[in-house]
Structure formats: C-alpha cells, structure tokens
Ligand binder design. Sequence first.
Ligand code: NAD
Ligand code: LYC
Length: 608
Amino acid sequence: MGSTYRSVGACSCRSHLSRSAPPARLLRKHQSIAFGLQGLPRRTCGQGRCGKAGRHLRFKIQAVAAVREAVGRHAPTDVEYDAVIIGCGMGGLTTATQLAAEGAKVVVLEKYIIPGGSAGHFKRDGYTFDVGSSMMFGFGKEGTTNLITRALANVGKALTTVPDPCQIQYHLPKSSEHPDGLDIKVWRRYEDFVEELSRAFPHERAGIKKLYDECWAVFNALNSLQLKSLEEPRYLLGEFFKHPLACLTLVKYMTGNTGDYARKYIRDPVLLRFIDIECYCWSTVPADFTPMINAGMVFCDRHYGGINYPVGGVGRIAESLEEGLQERGGFVEYKANVREIVMEPATGSSPSRAVGVRLNDGRVYRGKTIVSNATRWDTFGKLVPDEQLPESEAKFRGRYTKAPSFLTFHLGVKADVLPEGCHCHHIIVEDWNKMEDPRGTLFVSIPTLLDPSLSPPGTHIFHAFTPEWVDDWKGLDSKEYERRKVQVTDDIIKRLEAYFPGLGAATVFREVGTPRTHRRFLNRMDGSYGPIPSRRPLGMLSMPFNRTSIPGLYCVGDSTFPGQGVNAVVFSAFGCAHRILVDLGMQPKLPVIDEGYNALLGAVRDRA
Ligand SMILES: NC(=O)c1ccc[n+]([C@@H]2O[C@H](COP(=O)([O-])OP(=O)(O)OC[C@H]3O[C@@H](n4cnc5c(N)ncnc54)[C@H](O)[C@@H]3O)[C@@H](O)[C@H]2O)c1
Ligand SMILES: CC(C)=CCC/C(C)=C/C=C/C(C)=C/C=C/C(C)=C/C=C/C=C(C)/C=C/C=C(C)/C=C/C=C(\C)CCC=C(C)C
C-alpha cells in the first residue's frame, strides 16, 4: 500500500517546536510529526534553520507525545450533542464551525489524524504538499460568493492569501486552424481572458463574449444573495423579497446545463471542445452534463474574487477552522472511525430516526442530528446498511455514478527546470478524444510559485495528477503495486517533459498516490472524486440537498448540491448548518409553509 499520507519526515527545528503550545496548535505546526505516529521523525526541516539535532530531539519527543495525546483525545460520550458529524473534511468541519458559531454543541469524528480530508496537507522532507487541488475559489474580499473567506470569518479567522494572476494555462491539441496546438491562459482580468480566447477564435469573438457574459448574469445573481439552505422557505422568501430579479434569474438557469448555452452562441467544434475542458477540469464531465449555475460560479469567481492561494498551504484553511471550532467549544476527535449510524426503531406513525453513531471501538455518540461528510456510497450502504436504503437513495444511484479517482504525483523539483514566466496551474490535453479517458488529461499545479515557503530553497513543488479508476489497482501484491507506481510515474513524467523539458532529471523527491491511497486515507469509496451524472442532469435540481429521507440524518460535502470543489462543499456546509439550526429550533421557521415547500421540492426533484 502506498504511504503517501503516512511516512515520517518531521522538522525538529526549535522555530517549529514549542513546548508550551496547546495540542491543537502542535498538530498544526507539526503535522509532519502527526503523519509519523508510527515512529519518531527522522530528519530536520530542510529549511536550514536547525543544526543542533541532539538538543532538538528532546523537544521532538515531547512534541510527538503531545500530538499523540491530541490525536488520542476522546470527546465525552455521556452527553447528547446538537450535531454529531462524521468526517472532518471541509464539508463536515465547516458545518461544525457554522453550528458552533450559533451556540450549538457539536462533535466531529474523523477517522484519520488531520483536518481537511481532500483539502488537507501533509509534510515531507521540508515540502508541504496539498492533498488535493491547490486552486482555491471563494477566497475573495467582496460580495457573498467568497464562501471560504466567510466560513473563516464566522469563527473569527482570516488567512493571508497570494493572488494568482492566471487561473490556468491550457495546453491543447493541434488542429487544422492551430497547427502548433492551442495555448490559452485564463487571466485574472476577465477582459484579458476574453481577448486571448477571441484571438485564438476570431470568427467566434461575439459568441465567446455572449456565452461568458451569460455566466456573469448567473454569478451576479448569486453574488447578491445571502447563500444559505435552499431547503428553507423562510430564507428563500426573504431573498425573493429583497432581490426578486436575482432570484428569478436563478430560477431561469436552475434546470439548464452549460453545453446548451455554449451551442446557442458557438459553432466552432474546437471551441466547443474548449468549453468542455473548461467544465471537465472541475466537474469531471463535459459541458452538457455541467449545471449552468455551477459554471456561472466557477467561470466568474476566478475573475471577480480571483484565485488566491493561502500562505502556508491549502491545509491552513481546515486548521484555522478547527481552531475556530475549538474556541467555540466544539471538538474534533481523530482516529474515530464511525462504523454505523445508530437508528431509533419506528414507533406507531413515527418513522425510524438517526440518533447517534457507533465507532469501531464500540463507543456510541448520541446527537439530535447526525451529519455525514462521507460520500453517498459510504453513507448509504456502509454506515446505513443496504437493507435500509431509502427509495430516494436508490434513485440517486440510478442518476449518479462515481467519478474516477486520481493518480497523484507529489514531486519536488529543482527550481531551474521551470520555464521563464511559468504559471502555477496547467492543464494538458494531447488528444481531444482522450480527454475523459483514465490518464487522458494531465493537471499540474506548482503552488511554490505563489508561496515559496512550501519547499526547501532552490526547489519547487510540482503536483501532477490525472484521473484513474481503482479497478486497475485491485488485487496487486505490495511488490507489484510498488512496481506499477514507479512505472506509471515514469510514464507520466515522460509525457510532461514535452511541456517541462528536463523534468525527470530535475526531480529530487517523489511521493505517489493511487486510487487505493485515496480510498484508504480519505475513506472515499473507490477513491472517487465524487458523484457525476450518469445521464444529462436537470441542471442544479438533480443533485440532493442536505436533508435525507431518514429523519435526523443529513449529508454534507461533494455528494450534495453543488458537488465537487472546496467552495462548493463549503456552500453545502452553509446550507446544512442553516437547515439544522432551523430544525433544532435555534433559528426561526414558517412551520406549515416549511413542510409544504419541502414536500413540493421533494416531488419536483423526484422527477428531475
Ligand atoms: N485528490 C483530490 O484532488 C480530491 C479527491 C476527492 C475529492 N476532492 C475534493 O475534496 C472535496 C471534498 O470534500 P468533502 O468535505 O466532501 O469530503 P472529504 O473526502 O474531503 O472529507 C471527508 C472526511 O470524512 C472522513 N470520513 C469518511 N468516512 C468516515 C467514517 N466512517 N468515520 C470517520 N471519518 C470518516 C474522511 O477521513 C475525510 O477526512 C471536494 O472539494 C472535492 O472536489 C479532491
Ligand atoms: C426553489 C429553489 C431550489 C431555488 C430558487 C431559486 C434560487 C434562489 C436559487 C439559488 C441558488 C443558489 C444560491 C445556488 C448556489 C450555487 C453555488 C454556490 C454553486 C457553487 C459552485 C461551485 C463549484 C461547482 C466549484 C467547483 C470548483 C472546483 C471543482 C475546482 C476544482 C479544481 C481543480 C480540480 C483544480 C484543477 C487543477 C489544475 C488546473 C491544475
């Protein structure tokens, strides 16, 4: 089994260790130690600040002990929580913080030993690697769509971020019109991007502008509303009253997909493929399967709030949220593997209800509400046994399927291998017909171009990833598994050398994750990136919101609307926390309308 999120490589430098720091802070500063719970750290930080290894070893042993203590702490089981949350990914953690900010009593139970799940980070040999994407939306300063900024602010936190001047540099295949291939940069300034794309497709200049301007109509509507639970009619009516035009605009786009709008304005087949990759790179499906509301959000926030990288790495977001949660009396228990959701049996006219969770070690946590941040397939099928699968979930399985997982290559490279003026994020498509194949599209992020402190001097982090199914990695013994990892890394580096000449020779550190790594360390069924529609969806209406048909049980994260993406998951958490606060009577509701509206919403969505 790959060791991507486990091996030892801690900093022993005094500047990184503090004997007096509380355990949570130690966890943050010494996450590398936390990754090395199986043994003592082997090395110093690689940032050149250490030199007195013997003396520092004493601090190191104390730090390891403190981290062990933090990781091993149990939350009390003799109380009833307002919410018991399964999983400390961005979905679960943000729900917890937003509930705690309103005075709710919450506990988060996380199987692994760090916060953030796919949006966490880990340290090795002086490198801080983001587990998943390094491209952060929702970090702007203005409007209402800056959801990450808001989630942090609601628990009194803020992070310093570095603006990225270019969201993505696309390296696209040759065509008769573009015999050298197509190189498109999505600049932070909207007008610069539209100009660059229009220069590549001059005959489609008007269509390009119309399509992206239509996305702005969606974004401007979203960006004028308070973003909360779409399952809560009191809030919706309030927003309709305050911003009728914005709400009607969203109603108009609610059932539409991006491909329909693209074809309305654009004829050029290569440009339509470009719109497909613009969607695929975050939704893992082409434009016809991507809801227009989501495209409006992604295609405009990158210009409005911009793409901004948090100093210290993406994992700082989750670490800061966890601090905010603790300061508000919430609790995250690590190494807490939830085995099942405990149900109270049905009585008379009351259906069976979720009332707690049972861990692998047998302990039970009871809650007025239970929130699952696990994927839909892990929640229904594992935590709730298949025999109790609600009809709505059976329907979900018919409409959505698991997206593939990823092969991830966390590389340390010599700095001089990067070309002059290199941008942080790259997408490489060598053949349009292979865009959606496993190992077809290559993604690259070099976050050290924005925050050089993440790697030792003279080096960069080069994070490459590509979609991959778990099936190809099943049933291998450890020797064959390791051999396959080396082989696939060499193959991918060879392909990347066409764009980054000398990459192989310049690589000084390698850590490779496979779908099995994602499955094991993120606890995601088959390591999946999340749900994708198995047929054309009815825009945003097809994805489930936070409530489930089991009373007391809510879902949050990328298995709920609006799907994958850190800011998307944060929106799902805002909705989840809001709906729970209303259901717990901690925020007001309109009782009769509430039930009628949700029954209607359920009926419409059943047909979606
Ligand atoms: N490698 C990648 O790039 C990658 C892969 C998948 C998802 N993503 C992205 O990550 C985000 C997903 O966020 P999310 O919050 O929905 O999920 P998440 O997968 O990031 O977090 C879920 C957390 O729940 C924990 N968990 C699951 N089952 C558990 C159980 N039974 N007991 C205790 N803990 C359990 C996991 O350990 C994990 O920490 C999205 O932005 C998505 O796009 C990225
Ligand atoms: C009745 C009803 C229901 C309603 C009525 C009307 C209304 C009012 C409506 C409303 C609506 C709303 C509010 C909505 C909202 C929405 C939202 C917020 C959305 C969001 C979204 C987001 C997203 C999707 C995102 C995503 C992102 C991502 C995924 C990212 C990713 C990235 C990556 C992967 C990276 C790449 C890389 C490279 C390039 C290297």
